[in-house]
Design a protein around this ligand. Structure first.
Ligand code: SF4
Ligand code: SF4
Length: 169
């Protein structure tokens, strides 16, 4: 079969270039031209994350001394992976049941400043020792641009005229 017959079109000389003219081929080009390329995209600016008005670096880690730091099954799985132990062992080693026996809480140890602190809290550096594997609740806290304890700490340090002062609650 003739080439132009297979495509159902008649070739003829292009009016300007003198080439074989296939109307379907040129129609395709004309259709493409109707949309500019690259397609213009409207960039919507993402709202900048509000800046935190507290500094955990300057804090003695008060939130790590909360008595009931509730953690989830996923948190326990993450800790198990971090310490390369199985789930049951991680749950038993690093958590304890809450008063009603319905939730799991991070285990505590006696703290050198506050009454007690999470077992993963380094009491000399006042820092988390499992930062990469810390539970979700620790990642979210204080879930605001302000931290109540930090505001209190700043106020007390100003009152005392001492940047190292540790405010006890
Ligand atoms: S109490 Fe507030 S400032 Fe201190 S470590 Fe926790 S989140 Fe940071
Ligand atoms: S896991 Fe880390 S961040 Fe969370 S309470 Fe314990 S020491 Fe603090």
């Amino acid at each position: 079969m003739h080439e132009s017959g297979r495509r159902g079109a008649q070739s003829e000389a292009h009016p300007r270039r003198g080439l074989a003219y296939n109307p379907f081929f040129f129609r395709r080009i004309e259709m493409k031209k109707t949309k500019p390329f690259p397609v213009a995209v409207r960039v919507v600016p993402v709202a900048a994350k509000p800046r935190a008005k507290y500094s955990c670096e300057k804090c003695p880690g008060y939130c790590c001394t909360y008595s009931d730091i509730e953690i989830t099954r996923r948190d326990i799985e993450r800790l198990a992976r971090h310490f390369k132990v199985d789930y049951a062992r991680a749950e038993q080693r690093y958590t304890k049941p809450d008063a009603k026996g319905k939730a799991r809480l991070l285990r505590h140890r006696q703290d050198s400043i506050f009454e007690s602190a999470c077992m993963f809290f380094d009491q000399d550096k006042r820092r988390c020792t499992v930062y990469e594997a810390r539970p979700g609740v620790c990642r979210k806290y204080p879930d605001s641009t302000r931290c109540g304890y930090y505001d209190f700490l700043v106020f007390e340090r100003e009152q005392q005229g001492n940047d190292e002062y540790i405010a006890l609650t």
